[in-house]
Design a protein around this ligand. Sequence first.
Ligand code: GLC
Length: 718
Amino acid sequence: MSNRNYEQRIKNLLDSMTLAEKVGQLNQVGPSVVGAFEIPVEELQKKLLDGEITMDEIAKMLAASKPDYREDDIRAGKIGSMGGVAKRETAMQLQRIAVEESRLGIPLIFGYDVIHGFRTGTPIPLAESCAWEPELWRKTARMAAKEAAYAGVNMTFAPMVDVSRDARWGRVAESAGEDTLLNAHYGAAKVRGFQGEDPTAPDSIAACAKHFAAYGFAEGGRDYNRVEMSEQQLREDVLPPFKACIDAGVLAVMPSFNDINGVPSSVNTWLLRDILRSEWGFKGTTVSDANAIEECIAHGVCADKTDAAKAAIEAGMDIDMNSCSFADNLEELVSNGSIDIRILDEAVKNVLRVKFELGLFENPYGVLDEDKQPFLKPEYRALAREAAQKSIVLLKNENILPLAKDKRIGVVGELAANASEMTGTWALSTLGEDCVSLVDGLSQRKADYVYYENAEQAISDDIDTVLLCVGEGKDESGEAASKARIELSEEQLSDFRKLKAAGKKIVVILFNGRPLAIPELKENADAIIEAWHLGVEAGNALADIIYGDVMPTGKLTVSFPNASGECPCYYSKRNTGRPAGGFKFTSKYLDIPSKPVYPFGYGLSYTEYEYSDISVERTAGSFKVSAVVRNVGAVAGVETVQCYFSDPVARRTRPIKKLVSYAKIQLAPGEAKRVAFEIPFAQLGYYDEKMRYIIEQGKFIFHIGKNSEDVISAEAVL
Ligand code: GLC
């Protein structure tokens, strides 16, 4: 939020509004599709559920239909914001109706999921988080905002800052991984990028921190499932990224679909009023997830839409996305005294405040139309390529990478050639035809390669080195894409085994939206590159790394489990009373190792680094922790140095390690630098059984290292 004061203007406008107009401001809908079908939508839904019709058939009907943008409802002041409109001409036309033809001329918010790029698709958030670079995260959001604003969008439903520790959950793809600090830095950087220095600027769009809260802790990793969690864990692991977004000035927050300890976030007063408003002083607006208010009926906490509308607005929900629970019920509920008009006014003021903060009353039409090439500018592609390069993680390299530029190689697997898979999940405006596949990237640099759809074709040729492309398509992660099995498919493993049996040198390229269980690849591949879904410049960035034009620098922000059964798998676990060890009666699985295949923070380079000489000094209010990092290889590199701490004795069990800081440093061959971290005592605390945040006297252990396992440590006493 800016420090501008719009309160008097908000009050004047509110005082002039009718009850119906107030309710209208809380109603967010998308283009009506009712007209697209010969039968009522309810009947259509039933046919879909009964398998009489498929989503593809529905999509075809929609594509063939002319959406109804509800102009009459806009004109009548019944709609405050629209979702799903990301076409300039349409948005401008609807905005003109709102501003020039409605009684009060209140402009619309146009919300859209600009999650990782708009037309210039950038790496999925889980990939980009592996860059460990807030300035990069901000820059790519700024670029996305410019493109989206041109298309008429003035609010994005991002950043998603759900700490995600269960690889079975498909939406881990949209997060910054398993660590609280990284999600906080990622979220704050994205807010600054989307909203810019000045949210009223035509190319700034409102950010929306989501999904508030604990959505990533769905039981069993099954999307939308229940969450049972102590308040301590909520406050220590889950809430800080949202608080970081609010401190960065985020204008909106989206409550999550899930319940927390039985109370769905959409009707959770403790979450939406006590925490968000009273504790944190949030002044922006809350916007429900799609249809989430009505879904409180299915949750079993509301009897009907009237009940859900009352529960949601009283809990602190301002905008109802798509369910029309507010539009259909709030006027009556206020008129018959079931809801205090002040509750409604508060919600309307929050929405109007965001519209003022966005400058929509002064400039409802956003960017001017002079930009003849608003999308995919060369500098946008360059940034997308940089982000993709920095998102790539080198997991294994048995002296085979980088490849010699003239080496003839085989490229195996359809993911290598399928550009549209590179967009990743939640890439609503990124076109597959704009994406560079790995094969495209190899062609563009005139690499000497032969492409094979599968291993069978590759075995007989006398090419000794192959790039085997395996993993997931873009629709295998994201929303409603939970998996019980996170191993590679039998077909992909079979391809790997055939190539291995044929004596090929295998560089595995993983395209995926979640950690995969790949113990066999770790054991038997000659190299493994984690390539996620990298966006429009995927193939070029991969080729840059494979041929050594660019150094791999990415570090994992999620642990890679040995097997599906190991989920949730994360570094900041508890020691337990019987930490895993050789003795039978310890906390472990009989059939897999006790360490992940690849740990949080892990990533190799084409050079090597050595860590030494860690020291801890106590200063007035912090510990200064430092160590020497030396590049002991033959080429220059960039290393992400990580700093963790442990609290070996506390009133409650503490994580065996917790990330407190990190730094990316450049080192020439042979060069050494002392890297220092200032750790305020406040970062070392935790919530006790009475929910007091305490920083205890006593011993702490600090660790500095190249990942969450490979560290050097030193003790200190507070
Ligand atoms: C979806 C998602 C949310 C998204 C919203 C609008 O169901 O949960 O992340 O922003 O609907 O598309």
